[in-house]
Design a protein around this ligand. Structure first.
Ligand SMILES: NC(=O)c1ccc[n+]([C@@H]2O[C@H](COP(=O)([O-])OP(=O)(O)OC[C@H]3O[C@@H](n4cnc5c(N)ncnc54)[C@H](OP(=O)(O)O)[C@@H]3O)[C@@H](O)[C@H]2O)c1
Length: 340
């Protein structure tokens, strides 16, 4: 089988998360949509993040039907499904990501699982390479930062709070595989990608590397913060590569989905199969039982941990991403000013 497809089709039990609250970004379609479904079926209240209210509410309605059907036809006893709730989530500018987080804090008193799934994939219409970096790294970082106090508060009563960052093997490719890569300045993130062969792909790889490095820095910060604050339990951060997933065959221009989808499905896994990896990171008993093993790890299809590369294990580079991201976000131009 190609692209690790066989591994990605495996399934694992999840824990009952009744009474817990999860938030999945970019969940009106694709892998995020199926992740919401699986987490709701485990009993959690799940917030479905989407940047468009109409599409978000349509997704909630469709998921409510699918979840009810799955519960009614389950062959073994299952938790009573949790509620699915729309939450506006636009990461296209940091101030919008902050607003998404602030509004979440206003409406919820806990957050047990944050799944940072939303991303601009390379090749999306009207999306520049710099937009890809803004959305995937800076928007996601900003949202996570705003939600951290709520996650930390939840960790006073829940020993198993988790942050799942959806990554990709692309964080080891193209520009992101350059051993001399740096993240000191705005220019390091917002390079002139048009000099590259496939500019949006290069930006995608860099954005996902930056996010992965920031996640590793975050995990170290959370561990050291919780050691000085004994009332909290350290939050577990896991980066996940969901595999090569067919979330695109129904959007290929000029080619009908009925023709292209069966061919693509020979090589790519379904969004539902991919969601198993995200849900494993979010709610598997294995992670609960051996948190040390999973903290800061990179999970690949088949529920396996892939070792760090020389680049991703470099703590100086991890801290560089963390510190420069905080500085760049502080100085981010307001809407209407010159874009970075
Ligand atoms: N598909 C793959 O083969 C693959 C492989 C490796 C990693 N991944 C990762 O898996 C995750 C999900 O990918 P997918 O294949 O399910 O992609 P998808 O079908 O394109 O879905 C992406 C989601 O992100 C949302 N999104 C895009 N831009 C956004 C923005 N500015 N603000 C808020 N939300 C935004 C989209 O919303 P709209 O509907 O409004 O556009 C959509 O809900 C991504 O992090 C991706 O990098 C995917």
């Amino acid at each position: 089988m190609i692209f690790g497809r066989k591994d990605a089709l495996k399934s694992k039990e999840l824990i009952d998360i009744t009474g817990k609250v999860a938030f999945v970004t970019g969940a009106n379609r694709g892998i995020g949509y199926m992740t919401v479904k699986r987490l709701a079926l485990q009993g959690a209240t799940v917030y479905l993040g989407c940047r468009d209210e109409t599409r978000g509410l349509e997704a909630v309605a469709a998921l409510e039907r699918e979840v009810a059907d799955a519960y009614a036809t389950a062959s073994s006893p299952q938790p009573v499904p949790g509620k699915i709730v729309y939450h506006h989530c636009d990461l296209s500018r940091p101030e919008l990501a902050k607003d998404c987080g602030d509004k979440f804090l206003e409406r919820e008193s806990r957050l047990d699982v944050l799944v940072n799934n939303a991303a601009a994939l390379p090749g999306g219409p009207g999306i520049s390479p710099h937009d890809v970096v803004t959305i995937n790294h800076f928007g996601t970082f900003q949202l996570t930062e705003v939600l951290l106090p709520l996650l930390t508060k939840t960790s006073q009563t829940n020993t198993d709070v988790r942050i799942v960052m959806v990554s990709t093997n692309g964080h080891r490719m193209g520009r992101a595989s350059d051993r001399n890569i740096r993240f000191r300045t705005r220019e390091d993130y917002f390079a002139d990608y048009h000099k590259d062969l496939i500019p949006p792909w290069q930006a995608y790889c860099v954005s996902k590397l930056a996010l992965f490095l920031a996640t590793k820095a975050l995990q170290r910060r959370l561990l050291s913060a919780s050691s000085s604050e004994p009332a909290t339990h350290p939050i577990t951060c896991i980066s996940v590569h969901p595999g090569a997933v067919n979330t695109f065959s129904n959007r290929v221009p000029y080619l009908p989905g009925w023709l292209i989808t069966p061919i693509v499905n020979l090589f790519f896994i379904s969004p539902d199969a991919a969601a198993r990896s995200l849900c494993y990171a979010a709610a598997s008993p294995e992670v609960a039982e051996d948190k040390e093993k999973f903290r800061g790890a990179y999970l690949v299809p088949g529920f396996k941990i892939d070792p760090d590369t020389d680049i991703t294990k470099n703590e100086t580079l991890q801290d560089e991403v963390w510190e420069s991201t905080v500085e760049i976000l502080k100085a981010w131009p307001e809407a209407g000013q010159v874009a970075p």
